[in-house]
Ligand binder design. Structure first.
Ligand code: AMP
Length: 131
């Protein structure tokens, strides 16, 4: 089985890449709730976040921390929210969302729309802000 997110990490499906390492990959959510809404995934396929191996989970969290730091520098906000849902895509992922108020992490509101050029510029800004 190969999930859509595995294909994204392997470059088989296009994405707006923000960061990557040998084990993890970060890219823009295509249906963002806030500007800079990023998904962080392990390259290894595990559906449920809390089924991840302890060491992998710890490393995953540290990688997400690095991306969150870049996100905050690229898009100044009160805090970067970390959300784990996983109801749609069966491949563990962390949502990182620049947040100024609770409304910024409301998945039920109307999501934002960006052009291809805008998505590219957002991803570039995050990538350039990596520590
Ligand atoms: P969930 O599994 O409930 O955490 O939601 C999956 C998230 O992945 C949603 O926010 C989608 O907008 C996002 N998503 C699904 N497919 C893609 C894709 N091909 N590229 C970027 N984001 C995606």
């Amino acid at each position: 089985m190969s999930t859509v997110f595995s294909k994204i990490a392997a470059g088989e499906i296009p994405s707006y890449k923000c960061a990557e390492s040998d084990k993890f990959y970060a890219f823009l959510d295509i249906n963002p709730v806030a500007k800079g809404h990023t998904l962080v995934i392990p390259r290894k396929e595990v559906d449920y976040f809390f089924d991840m191996d302890d060491n992998d989970l710890a490393e995953f969290q540290l990688f997400a921390k690095k991306v969150a730091t870049a996100l905050k520098a690229a898009f100044p906000c009160r805090k970067v929210a970390q959300v784990v849902l996983g109801l749609e895509v069966p491949h563990a992922h962390i949502h990182l969302i620049p947040m100024n108020s609770e409304a910024d992490v409301d998945f039920r509101k109307e999501h934002l729309k960006f052009s291809d050029e805008e998505f590219k510029a957002i991803a570039k800004k995050i990538e350039e802000s990596l520590p």
